[in-house]
Design a protein around this ligand. Sequence first.
Ligand code: P6P
Length: 335
Amino acid sequence: MPPKISLTRYLVEQQRVDGLIPEQLRLLLEVVARACKSISQAVNKGALGGVLGTANTENVQGEIQKKLDIIANEVLIEANEWGGHLAAMASEEMDTIYVVPNRYPQGEYLLLFDPLDGSSNIDVNVSIGTIFSVLKKPEGDAGVQEKDFLQAGARQVAAGYCVYGPQTTLVLTVGDGVAMFTLDREQGSFVLTQEDVRIPEDTKEFAINMSNMRHWDAPVKRYVEECLQGTEGPRGKDFNMRWIASMVADVHRILTRGGIFMYPWDKREPDKPGKLRLMYEANPMSWLIEQAGGAATNGRQRILDIQPGKLHERVSVILGSKNEVKRVTSYHAKL
Ligand code: P6P
C-alpha cells in the first residue's frame, strides 16, 4: 500500500519542486482546506445540527439565503482573516469585499469564494460544495479596493472546490495540473487520491437544465437537439443526460469521467449574460477544467480571458470535454 500523502505533504513537496506555491499561498490553501473540513462537518450534521432551511435573509443576488450559506461564509471569513496571507476576501454572500481588519497583518493574496454552491440541494441531501479562487493583489496602491479583484480568470494563482457528497473531496490546481484529496475522517486530514486528472476529449454525457430549452439561443438548442437525436441524428451516437443543479457536483463528475456542462444565456433575463457568477464560480471551475485538458467558453470566448467589469458579474458557461465545447462554440460562431 503506497504511503498516504496528506494535503500538507503534497503542498510542501510541490513548493519544493516547482515554486508554484510560495509559503503564504501554501498557508492560504491549508487554511481554506481546514475551513472546508468545518463546513463539511456542519453539512453532514444536517437536521441534527439545526442548520437546514432558510435564514430569511437575501444575498446580493436577491436570493434567499440558507442557514448553511451564512454558516459557510462565516467559517471561511473567520478562518482566513487572521493569518496574514490575505489582503481581502469576496463572497457570493457579501455585497462588497471584506478587507482584512487592521488588527491583523495584511497579505498579498485575494480570496474569492462561493461558500456553499448548490444551496437548493441542501435540504434534500444532494451533494453541494465550496468553490474558491485566489488572485494576487495588484502591486502599487496601499490598501485594497474592489477594483483590485477585477482580474481575468487567467490571472488566478490557485483555484479549487470542495464537494460535500458521499465523500468530502477537495480538488485543487495551482497551474500544474489538477489533484484530488479525499477527507479521511478518522485522521481528520485530506489525503491525495488522484493527481494529473485528465478529462476525455469526447463524451456521450451532457448536463443542462432542460426545462429552460424554449428560452435558449439557437446554437445551444441545435447542440442539445442533435444530442437527443442520438444515432438517428448527425452525431451518430446516443447521449446520456445528467443535471444535479449543483455546479460543484456536475463539474466533479466531468473531471472524473468527462462530459459537457452548460448554463447558457437565455431570454428569461436577456440583460444578464447568464446565471452563474464569473469571479467565484466560472473562473475557478474553468481553470480546473482547462488544467485537466478540457475547455471552457461563454459560447464565444474563453472564460478565463473575460475581463470582469464588476465583482458579481454573471456569465454563460459551456465547459468540459474539449471537442464538445469546441462544437457548441463553433455553432455560436455560425450565428
Ligand atoms: P437551476 C446552484 O444554485 C447554481 O448556482 C449552480 O450550482 C447550478 O449549476 C445552478 O445554479 C442550477 O440552476 O436553474 O437548474 O436551479
